[in-house]
Design a protein around this ligand. Sequence first.
Ligand code: FNR
Length: 356
Amino acid sequence: MSLICLSDFEAYAKEHLPKATWDFITAGADDCFTRDDNILAYRRIRLRPRMLCDVSVIDTSTTVLGKEIAFPIGIAPTGLHCLAWPDGELSTSRASDAMNTCYIASSYSTSSAEEITAAAPNGLRWFQLYIFRNRKLSEQLVHRVEALDYKALVLTIDLPYTGKRRDDIRNNFRLPKYLTIKNFEGAFEGYDGPEEYGAPINTLDPSLSWKDIYWLKNLTRLPIIVKGVLTKEDAELAVEHGVQGIIVSNHGGRQLDGVPATIDALSEIVNAVQGRVEVYVDGGIRTGSDVLKALALGARCVFIGRPILWGLAYQGEEGVQKILQILHDEFRLSMALAGCKNISEINRNLVQFSKL
Ligand code: FNR
């Protein structure tokens, strides 16, 4: 079977993964309006290509926080990769390195931060952090990933509580006994209460507030990126609190249903930030022209979540590489057809909004 676009991998994953795993990956919150709108919103945007621009040579390379990547498409943090492929995050880590992009490893990985590093020691890795009620545990994790040469901390701020994902509730979703959240190994020994995605419920600290950014900054020399900003007000606060980057994200529509598609929220945040920090976006990116639209609207780089899990389900490391290669190829072609030779030529004039 020849898989040539990301939706081919989606169909493959749906057919081959166990239903509870497929549902976990696919889930959005409540009625899934926001999850679905993340994709539909890209279709409402039209491109305004320029012609006769000599596009014989196209350069897709860029930088994120000063590190060069081959194309502006990174890997968003998603948990539990070993559900999709036996060595899960290790395959993801190797594929990201091979494709020369950036992998944001999830706190809720089924491989440890150490194992992910060992799989591709030279790869560009950021670490996604949730802050735990047990702050000592968070502190230890920060120090571990610093020592492991992760280049930034990505603090997820849209999950004081887990959104209501109906299929996971219906399936009574549990991590199989042979898997654990490796970063927490030993931390919850003896715990016998209810679990959520492999950790005790109430592990995360819902009292988190902006002042905790200062707490985190005091703990680490790593740059901090906040993930989950959807308004100009929070973008302003993020900059004021000294973060180095913002990911415009609605967690793939898995948290508050009814918030805007991320591509619709992006401009407001880019305008508020005015270039003071880097702005990235995730959610619903499925084609190279989606990437072009996101960059035209001011994102420095996009990140993809579910498609990486479809790639893993298809063929581990090779599958993830294929996903990244396809998106990279499509993005390069979209740039050329729109008249852009390099990333700096992509700007707001490339897009118009349609009423469709
Ligand atoms: C996620 N996401 C996520 N985010 C995060 O900060 N930490 C995490 O552990 C996870 N885990 C996770 C698991 C699964 C199965 C999904 C689908 C998503 C959210 C993720 O980083 C990202 O915001 C979205 O997945 C982007 O949307 P797309 O690309 O999946 O449409």
